[in-house]
Each structure stands twice: as C-alpha cells, then as structure tokens.
Design a protein around this ligand. Structure first.
Ligand code: E4P
Length: 223
C-alpha cells in the first residue's frame, strides 16, 4: 500500500518526502483554502497553479487537485486546466451525477481522475464504470456518523477484485494510525493521511526507550 499525504502544505510535504516513503499527495478545496489563508494570501489562479506545480515537484508522484465547479461542462474545463499544470496532477471530482459525466469525458481524454466523497460501494462501482483511475472512500467521515468506514473499504476493495476493475482504491479521510493499518490489511492500494497521522505512524515509545538504552550502554564502553 502506498502512502500519500493529505495536505496542501509545502513544508509538510518537504519534511515527509525526505523519509523516502511518500508516493503522492491529495488536496481538496478545504485544504487549499486553509493553506492560502494561513499565509495571508488571496487565492488566484496563478497562485494556485504555481502552488500545485511546486507540490508536484516536491512529491515526485501523483497529486490530486479538486475541481470546484459543480456542473459537468465546467468540471471538464476546470479539470483540463488543472491537468495542464503538471503531468503528475490527478483531477479530483465529486461523486455526483455531474461528476460521473465529467469523469467519463476527462478519462476518455487520458486525464487521470480521482473520484472523491465516496460513501457507498455503489458510488464506487459507478465511479469505476465512469473510468476513474482512483476511488476515494472516506473512512473517517463514515466512522464519524457511527457507521463502519472499514466495512465500506472492504466492500470496495472486494468489488474491485471480483469485478476485475482497473481502478486504484485510496483509503481517505484517515483519522489515526489504526485506520492506516486497517486499510493495509483490507488491501487498499493507497492510504492518504494528514501530516499528524503520518508522523504518528513512526512513533513508538519502546523504540525511543530502546534507542536511549542502547546509547547509554554504548557510552559506558566506547573508546
Ligand atoms: C481525500 O482525498 C480528502 O482530501 C480527505 O481525506 C478528507 O479527509 P477529512 O475527512 O479528514 O477532511
């Protein structure tokens, strides 16, 4: 399972990319808006283009950028514009009727599409049939309403297998490290997670304690 950062923050990407385990990134309008607001910058098309291009260079893998248009025609136009920014851009579309129509058209043009806001196995099936390259079921938001995000992912991965669908499944809306383990066990192709969760994957108190003891013992005898 590949590991993606779910962020539009360049510093977070820069830091995690150094670990050598980052395969891609996903963004959404909320994450981009948060980033520009934090920098006190007004969001312009030129600003967004240069931000996404830098993000792609830092990640060195696929970067999902979401359209904000709600009608198919406008989604297609915006998707083409986003895809033209960098060859690594994957166009993210909402799983709506308009989104499906736009997905079909952009995919037919060879533009990779990530269908987002997936909350049911049937939405995933429709998105795959529309030619999506990636499906993004939202585990955390399903868990938030006391349903089972893991079960949703399990069904989607199984449908992908038994139907032999040429689509990659991204476990999205990851809230904690256990979600990542669960996604890996369930056969997700990718897990996309916030910076804090990525950092938490590595942390273990026994690793810190073990290393401290090794160094203390070594210090006692080292020349
Ligand atoms: C996925 O691509 C989305 O950007 C993201 O995972 C949403 O997560 P959230 O539910 O934490 O906002």
């Amino acid at each position: 399972m590949e590991l993606y950062l779910d962020t539009a923050n360049l510093e977070e990407i820069r830091e995690i990319a150094l670990w050598g385990v980052l395969s891609g990134a996903t963004t959404n309008p909320t994450l981009v808006a948060k980033e520009f607001a934090a920098r006190g910058e007004r969001l312009t098309w030129d600003g967004l283009r240069s931000h996404l291009a830098t993000l792609c260079e830092l990640v060195g893998g696929p970067v999902s950028a979401e359209v904000t248009a709600l009608e198919a025609e406008a989604m297609v136009a915006e998707g083409r514009r986003l895809a033209a920014i960098h060859p690594q851009i994957v166009v993210k579309l909402p799983t709506t009727e308009e989104g499906l129509r736009a997905c079909k058209r952009l995919s037919a043009e060879g533009i990779k599409v990530n269908m987002t806001l997936i909350f049911s196995a049937n939405q995933a099936l429709l998105a795959a049939r529309a030619g999506a390259a990636y499906l993004s079921p939202f585990l955390g938001r399903v868990d938030d309403i006391s349903w089972d995000g893991g079960e949703l992912l399990r069904e989607i991965v199984e449908i992908r297998e038994v139907q032999d669908l040429p689509v990659r499944v991204i476990a999205a809306s990851i809230r904690h490290p256990r979600h990542v383990t669960e996604a890996a066990l369930l056969g997700a192709d990718i897990a996309t997670m916030p910076y804090g969760v990525f950092k938490a994957l590595l942390k273990h108190p026994l690793t810190d304690l073990g290393l401290k003891r090794f160094m203390e013992d070594w210090d006692k005898v080292k020349p």
